[in-house]
Design a protein around this ligand. Structure first.
Ligand SMILES: NC(=O)c1ccc[n+]([C@@H]2O[C@H](COP(=O)([O-])OP(=O)(O)OC[C@H]3O[C@@H](n4cnc5c(N)ncnc54)[C@H](O)[C@@H]3O)[C@@H](O)[C@H]2O)c1
Length: 429
């Protein structure tokens, strides 16, 4: 098939490269010429393990092409995926400006035979119906199309593996022909198929992210009980998670969820619930707890540091990505800066992105150990693997005071204390 993917971020570029690798001809449409040129030269712009290699392989094989002109890509496409951003508005609702602009451009450039317009962007209930109306309004009169909602479940950091081996592929559409096209296109990919209507597909995505955020906030809620009672949150959650009805997955106590999806999707589901006059207290509590865990960590740092120089390890919102959107590390750093602390930070991939917003306000180190030279305390904000087995004797020597704040519970409390560290983590006394 010939397909178009609009948007070349974590979702768009990964989707495009994977379908190109299966032998399809893939057009990627972006709106920044400079970025399109970088992509053409084989630079994926974002960091995602394995993506650069897959991109370069498919450019060489002449299966993936980049353009900012819809009229080059859309007319020859059988399936068009929309993968542009849907960031939150100040009200929490999803901002659909990009999705709607793109639908208009797709409509204007549709060809006469049948095209599937499938939205991978996470969009509120009813959006795909609106896209159908917009496309209808702008398309040439003879052009045939159908819309489908094909929500994306990949995780940054493992996006390629997730795309190739998903748990499920959800296809929502009122058109049997569109469903058949999408089933055919996804044939090389495993996972259960969930075929449904547009609204259910749209809601599956928000419900999926919100339940994962709920699990994280629940684990953090239990961590509050642990800190007040002497219980150990990791042991408690191991005990809970061994129940097969619950499982341990995503019961992660720490300094909360971040990233471009969970915070925005919980907010959007809240806004949708408010619109539909549904009691959304559960989701509000999920958000409140996620704020509280960050403030708790800041309080621990303020109460227990013996100076103002803090070394921070990890800036991305989670390991194996350079994405810093809604990263808990940045919230904590900003609050510490307001309190007059000096920050030196290290992240294997996210430094350039953080520089765009904090340049001049914090210092950056080139590796783990140079981060902590002359620091009064160490704060672990993101659990990159390279922070898990540091030479702790060296860490102790480098720090002015052996004080560690572990926002991700990656070290053992007893072992750290035995080594002489003042060690503060989450839900473990
Ligand atoms: N990142 C994830 O892990 C993930 C997972 C599942 C679903 N999603 C959803 O997928 C969507 C995209 O997310 P992302 O993380 O890839 O976003 P991103 O910010 O990484 O990429 C968005 C892309 O859209 C492009 N774009 C924006 N406006 C455009 C326009 N008018 N015309 C053409 N291109 C335009 C940008 O240039 C960029 O390439 C969002 O709705 C998100 O919620 C993201």
């Amino acid at each position: 098939m010939t397909i178009t993917v609009v948007g070349h971020g974590y979702v768009g570029l990964v989707t495009a490269c994977v379908f190109a690798d299966f032998g399809n001809k893939v057009w990627v449409v972006g709106h920044t010429k400079e970025k399109i040129n970088r992509l053409k030269s084989g630079d994926p712009i974002i960091y995602e393990p394995g993506l650069k290699e897959l991109l370069q392989k498919n450019i060489k094989a002449k299966r993936i092409f980049f353009t900012s002109d819809f009229d080059k890509a859309v007319p020859e496409s059988d399936v068009i995926f929309i993968g542009v951003g849907t960031p939150p508005k100040p009200t929490g609702e999803a901002d659909l400006t990009a999705v709607i602009d793109v639908a208009r451009s797709i409509g204007k450039n549709l060809k006469n035979s049948f095209t599937v317009v499938s939205c991978k962007s996470t969009v509120p209930l009813g959006t795909n119906k609106k896209l159908e109306v917009i496309i209808n309004k702008h398309k040439p009169s003879k052009a045939q199309f159908a819309v489908a909602s094909c929500p994306e479940f990949l995780r940054e950091g493992t996006a390629l593996t997730d795309t190739l081996h998903p748990d499920r592929i959800v296809i929502g559409s009122e058109s049997k022909k569109a469903i058949d096209y999408l089933l055919e296109l996804h044939k090389p990919i495993g996972g259960k198929r969930v075929i449904t209507n547009l609204a259910s597909a749209e809601l599956i995505k928000y419900a999926s992210n919100s339940i994962l955020a709920t699990k994280i906030s629940f684990a953090n809620l239990i961590s509050f009980y642990c800190e007040k009672s002497g219980a150990d949150v990791e042991t408690v959650l191991d005990g809970v998670g061994l129940d097969r009805r619950t499982g341990r997955s995503f019961l992660y106590p720490g300094i909360g969820y971040g990233g471009s999806c969970f915070p925005k999707d919980v907010k959007a589901l809240l806004a949708i619930g408010n619109d539909l006059k549904i009691n959304t207290n559960l989701l509000k509590a999920v958000e409140d707890i996620n704020e509280q865990v960050k403030d708790n960590m800041i309080a621990k740092i303020r109460n227990h540091t013996k100076g103002k120089n803090i070394a921070v390890l990890g800036l991305s919102f989670k390991p194996e990505t350079d994405d810093i959107r809604e990263a808990p590390s940045l919230y904590v750093i900003n609050k510490l800066l307001e309190g007059g602390y000096k920050i030196k930070a290290y992240d294997p991939e996210a430094e350039n992105n953080v520089k765009k917003i904090l340049d001049g306000k914090i210092d950056f180190a080139k590796d783990v150990y140079s981060t902590m030279e002359h620091a009064d305390a160490l704060f672990i904000a993101t659990e990159w693997n390279e922070f898990r087995q540091m030479d702790l004797k060296k860490v102790k020597k480098l720090l002015n005071h052996p004080v560690i704040f572990d926002g991700r519970n990656i070290y053992e409390t007893k072992a750290m204390r035995k080594m002489g560290f003042e060690y503060y983590s989450v839900g473990r006394v």
